[in-house]
Design a protein around this ligand. Structure first.
Ligand code: UGA
Ligand code: MN
Length: 388
């Protein structure tokens, strides 16, 4: 510093000092700005409350049309026993079935099963598969929250036929997030479902987030139904371990086993926990942020979860009752039919193609695409032969 002073003339020194000060101030300003920005960005990126959040109730049914499925007729034991052994097998089978399909006395806690879904060509097949699982579960209200602006009639027609009490919601992902490479999937819809639960004052029962592409063992439902605060259990087919699960010792959750820690306090999958609505109601601001990969962690933080609140289920987390199956998605093909579509309505093909198009499974064009042909006795013929 002394050497510097002595070798630089006074006027120049002034300039240098001013320059250093200016640069210093600018640097300081940049740091402050950066910090302010990142705090602001963080809130902008992951706001807990959004303005204009969409919750459009499309359709609702509160009547359980499946009641007859749960009558004791299913478990009738009046069959003629032939041999002792057969009777034993019969009894064993019935016990097994009973474990899977519990009788309902109509007073068990309700399960609010929240399914985020979105229009793509696999949507309806996924909903059919899931709906047919849920058909076996008594005392369940299915909240199907579709990632769209407008209510889908096609979706409603398929949900309605299961006879399950349900609410169909339209709740689109904000455009801001949809443009992202790593968009937070299923968040707008789960938030809408949380709002529905709040608006409808549902304070008894159990909340479970069940994606449309997962696989659910029927035993899962009898396990989560008795959730006191938050229950947790293993999810198969997750990440590089093939599983994500709490680690349980002496009946208590002590840690987690998940191949993507990512500094998460609660490194669990969406399908790996259930929350009682009584416990949820204690956190009126509970929500899920638009933060891909951290939805579960932040949601569980927002309900003030503590390790001691967690109940391990699935036989102390030794059974896998839910699987993170993923459906391979592929592009909709275009089928080229260069003839009057109305003519097709005279065949079954007319009705079929209308359905498939409405589900986005394929597109029909009269100029491009894979040429539509009919196979007759092993010979390929243009579709128009039917009309010649
Ligand atoms: C995993 C987790 O299992 C999800 O619970 C979590 O929301 C998601 O990662 C995430 O963090 O983004 P993954 O199988 O990778 O799920 O994602 P998807 O199955 O594609 O989406 C999760 C759910 O959101 C599904 O029910 C899906 O139908 C729905 N989704 C997906 C939308 O509603 N909108 C979309 O644009 C995409
Ligand atoms: Mn999935």
């Amino acid at each position: 510093m002394t050497a510097f002073r002595s070798s630089v003339p006074c006027r120049q020194r002034k300039y240098i000092i001013s320059a250093v000060l200016i640069i210093g101030c600018f640097g300081f300003f940049l740091v402050v700005q950066q910090t302010a920005n990142s705090a602001e960005d963080y809130e902008k990126e992951y706001p807990l409350q959004l303005e204009n959040e969409v919750l459009k109730i499309c359709n609702e049914n509160n009547i359980d049309y499946r009641k007859s499925l749960y009558t004791s007729a299913l478990y009738d034991t009046t069959d003629e026993p032939s041999t002792t052994q057969r009777n034993h097998h019969h009894h064993q089978q019935q016990q097994e079935l009973q474990m899977q399909l519990p009788l309902s006395n109509g007073t068990e806690p309700m399960i609010y099963f929240v399914t985020p879904t979105y229009p793509r060509r696999e949507q309806i097949p996924e909903i059919i598969r899931l709906g047919q699982t849920l058909m076996h579960v008594p005392r369940l209200h299915w909240i199907v929250a579709d990632d769209t602006d407008s209510c889908s009639d096609t979706l409603n027609r398929h949900i309605r036929k299961f006879g399950i009490p349900y609410t169909q919601i339209a709740s689109p992902m904000p455009e801001l997030y949809r443009a992202r490479k790593n968009a937070p999937r299923g968040v707008a819809n789960r938030r809408a479902a949380l709002n529905w639960i709040r608006q409808n004052q549902k304070k008894a029962g159990v909340l479970y987030f069940g994606d449309d592409d997962n696989t659910f063992d029927l035993k899962l439902f009898s396990e989560i139904r008795t959730t006191r605060k938050v229950s947790m259990f293993p999810v198969g087919l997750i990440g590089d371990y093939g599983i994500s699960t709490p680690i349980v010792r002496n009946g208590r959750v002590e840690a987690f086993f998940d191949s993507w820690p990512a500094k998460r306090k609660w490194p669990v999958d969406m399908a790996g926990f259930a929350v009682s609505l009584g416990y949820l109601a204690l956190s009126p601001n509970a929500t899920m942020p638009f933060k891909a990969g951290y939805e579960e962690d932040e949601f569980l933080k927002s309900i003030g979860l503590k390790m001691d609140d967690i109940e391990p289920k699935a036989h102390n987390c030794t059974e896998i009752l839910v699987w993170h199956t993923q459906t391979k998605s592929s592009k909709s093909p275009t089928v080229r039919i260069s003839m009057d579509r109305q003519k097709l309505d005279k065949l079954n093909l007319g009705a079929l193609l209308h359905q498939l198009e409405s589900m986005g499974v394929n597109h029909i064009s009269n100029t491009v695409g894979t040429i539509a042909q009919a196979i007759v006795n092993g010979n390929v013929k243009p579709l128009s032969v039917w009309f010649s």
